[in-house]
Structure formats: structure tokens, C-alpha cells
Ligand binder design. Structure first.
Ligand code: SAM
Length: 409
């Protein structure tokens, strides 16, 4: 049995508090904790990484082992989850007074029991599990099995600055970063070993961005050409806008809209780093602003706010943050956003709707409903893609391409 060092225990607790209590993004929290503990060796980093993501992923299973409900807003409850992880991984825990009262025998006995309840096997809130089973009766459990596994890190090469081949060579020769190409993802490289590449010189000079490989399939799906006018309606920090700019060879115009000024600020930083000239960030304070863009764009992409269930491999914390009521509101919001922003497509232009969810209610069903509305009747569905997460190392997503058939009066 090896020791779980005090410093590791305390930092793990700090990291989990930041995710569960302060509601910060897990991937950012982990990078920050590892950065501030630069003296940690490979083994310490591996322990923190494994414990951090296992606890977030398997919280519901750990509750079963503990025989009690865990309140993620209470530090003493989060400590119990660390205890379960440490016991299951055969760490000595007696040097941590906080873990003394844990019933090790019970945890070990329960961990050997066969679990019957589906939501515990999938380690997901029961209400999400019920929706998943209802909407994807044949595949939900397989999707969840895959979504509870680790993601691979992919980068997108900024082809305005460098070719994929050249970048791959330099990463290997200069930085000993081994990557591999994958078929059908022309701009992607996959990291063979996890590494913090956010401090890499080439990243800071805009030679690549970190972007899930499947998410890289969306920008080409718009069928954009240089000189087109594009509106990225929910641009966020601009993952899709940046990729579109490279496809358009930095020629034309991309209006990157969002209601969140902080995301647009981040987008401006990324534009500078990537040397992108054609993106115009636009804060949407109210719907009135949009009127001047009616029938304006050759392409409008709505990368809609969604549950993010397709990204649980990378962002397992999302399943605990999502609430039943807010999910219902989210569906209404998506419907409204499609209706509003579809008006910005010009005649014969195209509307692209995408989400990183695998649930039909956020995807196919939204599009079917839209096509039956007054605005929707001006469009026809050209094509749609659904990427399952089963047997995939990347995010699940949906996207649909609609073409506008009627000239506005
Ligand atoms: C899935 S994220 C977009 C991610 C981004 N497209 C990317 O590739 O990095 C959805 C974004 O929609 C924005 N949003 C939510 N409601 C909106 C609205 N009514 N109009 C415009 N943007 C909105 C959110 O602030 C969020 O940044």
C-alpha cells in the first residue's frame, strides 16, 4: 500500500472544491493546480489526474459504495469521495485525519456488489439517465460507457501559418511531442501522451489551437468559400469562427456574435494569436441589433448552447451541473435562437445548426420542429450528421445544414 501524500490530498481537495463548489471548469482547474505545483514529478501528476477525473466521473457510484448521498456543495462530503477513491486504489489513508471515520470495510464490500440501478452504473443523475433511455433506447448505455472513458487531446493546425506535416515534425523534433494524424480530419493532430501544450511557443504564436477532432468537422460542413459573408451566431470564444477563417483563407467577413462579452474578449485574443483579420466580434445586447442583418449572410452557423452531454469525456462535471429545470429552459432557448438567427440567412444561403449533445430533443427534433414554423418553411433540410461517442475518442455532436429556398420580400 502506498501513501497518499498530504500535499496531494490537499491539492486534490482544493481542485475538487473549485469544480463542485465554485463551479469552475474541471479542465482549467486541473491545469492551474498542476501549474502551481511545478515541483510535482510524473507520478504525482498522474495520481492527481486520475483521482480528480475518477472522482468527478464516478461520484454516483462512489455514493453507492459509501451507502450515502453526497452533497457536492459541502467540503466534508467531497472529502468522503476522495476517501473512496483512495481506498479503491489501495492508498493508505490513516495520515489524513479527515478520512479516519470512513468505513473502509463497507466501501470495499459495496464495491464488490453487483449494481442493478442503471443511473448508478452510468454514474449520472437519474433524470438525465431517464431522458437518455427514453430518447436513445438502443444505444444510451453504450454511449454512457464511452462517455465515462478518457478523451484524447486533439489540436487543430492553423493552416494559414503552417502545414500539418511541418507542425507535426517540429513538435516532435523540437519539443518531443508525439502526435498522430487521423483519417478524415485534415487539420487535426492527436497527442499520443497528455501534455500541457498551452505554454508551448508554437501555441502562443498561433500555429495551432486545442480543439476536439469531431468539433473540427463542423466548419468544413458550412461549405464556405473565401469572400463569403458568414454569421457565427453563438460564437463564444470562437472555436468555429477561427477554423472558418482558415477555410476562407482570411478573406471575406465573419461576424462573430454572442451575448457574453467575456467570451468575445477571449475570441479577440485568439484572433490576434492566430493572425485572423476577417472576424468581427459583435456583442448581441438585444434582438434589435439583429434587424440590420436580416437576409444578410451567405452562411449562418448556430452552434447552440446545449447540455454538452456529447463532451462528458472531456467535461464530466457537466452532468452534475445540469439541472432538470434548466434543461427544459435550454430546449426552449434553442428553439428561440434557431427562429431568431435563421432570419439572418440570405436567399439561397445556408443555415447550419450544431450542438455537442447526443440527445435527439436538442438535435433532430429541434430541426424538425423549426421546419414546421413560419420561418422554418423558407428552408429545406439538405443534410444532417450525428456523431455517436461509441467507439470514438472524441466528442459526440450533431449538425444539420438547411438551405433557404424563398427570396424574402
Ligand atoms: C456552444 S457555445 C459556442 C461555442 C463556440 N461556437 C465555439 O466553437 O467555441 C454557445 C454560445 O452561445 C452563446 N449564446 C447563448 N444565447 C445566445 C443568444 N441568444 N445569442 C447569441 N449567443 C448566445 C453562449 O454565450 C455561448 O458562448
Amino acid at each position: 500500500m502506498s501513501k497518499l501524500h498530504r500535499n496531494i490530498f490537499l491539492n486534490l481537495l482544493l481542485a475538487l472544491n473549485r469544480v463542485f463548489i465554485d463551479k469552475l471548469r474541471a479542465s482549467k482547474v486541473l491545469i492551474n493546480i498542476i501549474d502551481t505545483n511545478s515541483k510535482w514529478g510524473k507520478r504525482d501528476r498522474a495520481i492527481i489526474y486520475d483521482a480528480f477525473y475518477s472522482i468527478i466521473r464516478w461520484k454516483k457510484k462512489f455514493e453507492f459504495y459509501l451507502n450515502e448521498k453526497i452533497n457536492l456543495n459541502i467540503e466534508s462530503d467531497i472529502i468522503k469521495l476522495i476517501g473512496v477513491w483512495a481506498i479503491l486504489n489501495k492508498f493508505k489513508i490513516d495520515i489524513h485525519p479527515e478520512l479516519c471515520e470512513l468505513n473502509q470495510k463497507l466501501i470495499i464490500t459495496n464495491s464488490k456488489k453487483k449494481i442493478i440501478k442503471n443511473s448508478i452504473i452510468n454514474s449520472i443523475p437519474k433524470w438525465i439517465d431517464n431522458i437518455g433511455l427514453k430518447e436513445l433506447p438502443d444505444t444510451w448505455n453504450e454511449e454512457m460507457k464511452s462517455l465515462n472513458s478518457k478523451a484524447k487531446v486533439s489540436i487543430r493546425v492553423n493552416t494559414l501559418k503552417i502545414s500539418r506535416k511541418k507542425l507535426q515534425e517540429i513538435l516532435l523534433k523540437k519539443y518531443s511531442i508525439v502526435t498522430e494524424k487521423i483519417l478524415k480530419y485534415p487539420d487535426a493532430l492527436i497527442l499520443i501522451k497528455k501534455k500541457n501544450i498551452l505554454k508551448n511557443f508554437l501555441f502562443n504564436k498561433g500555429y495551432f489551437e486545442i480543439q476536439d477532432a469531431n468539433s473540427q468537422l463542423i466548419a468544413p460542413y458550412l461549405e464556405c468559400k473565401p469572400e463569403m459573408t458568414v454569421i457565427d451566431a453563438c460564437a463564444g470564444a470562437g472555436g468555429k469562427s477561427l477554423h472558418l477563417s482558415t477555410i476562407m483563407k482570411n478573406k471575406g467577413e465573419i461576424i462573430a456574435m454572442d451575448i457574453n462579452p467575456n467570451k468575445l474578449k477571449e475570441l479577440k485574443k485568439r484572433m490576434e494569436r492566430n493572425n485572423i483579420k476577417i472576424i468581427k466580434p459583435k456583442l448581441v445586447k438585444d434582438k434589435e441589433i439583429l434587424k440590420k442583418y436580416y437576409s444578410f449572410a451567405d452562411r449562418v452557423i448556430i452552434d447552440a448552447p446545449c447540455s454538452g452531454i456529447g463532451t462528458l469525456k472531456r467535461n464530466p462535471e457537466l452532468k452534475w451541473k445540469l439541472k432538470k429545470n434548466s434543461f427544459k429552459k435550454l430546449l426552449k432557448k434553442q428553439k428561440k435562437i434557431i427562429d431568431t438567427y435563421s432570419k439572418l440567412v440570405k436567399a439561397k444561403g445556408k443555415l447550419i445548426y450544431s450542438t455537442c449533445s447526443i440527445l435527439p430533443s436538442e438535435n433532430h427534433k429541434q430541426i424538425r420542429k423549426f421546419l414546421k414554423t413560419k420561418n422554418g418553411s423558407k428552408f429545406e433540410l439538405e443534410h444532417e450528421i450525428f456523431h455517436s461517442t461509441i467507439n470514438s475518442n472524441f466528442d459526440g455532436f450533431y449538425c444539420a445544414r438547411l438551405s433557404k429556398k424563398i427570396v424574402d420580400k
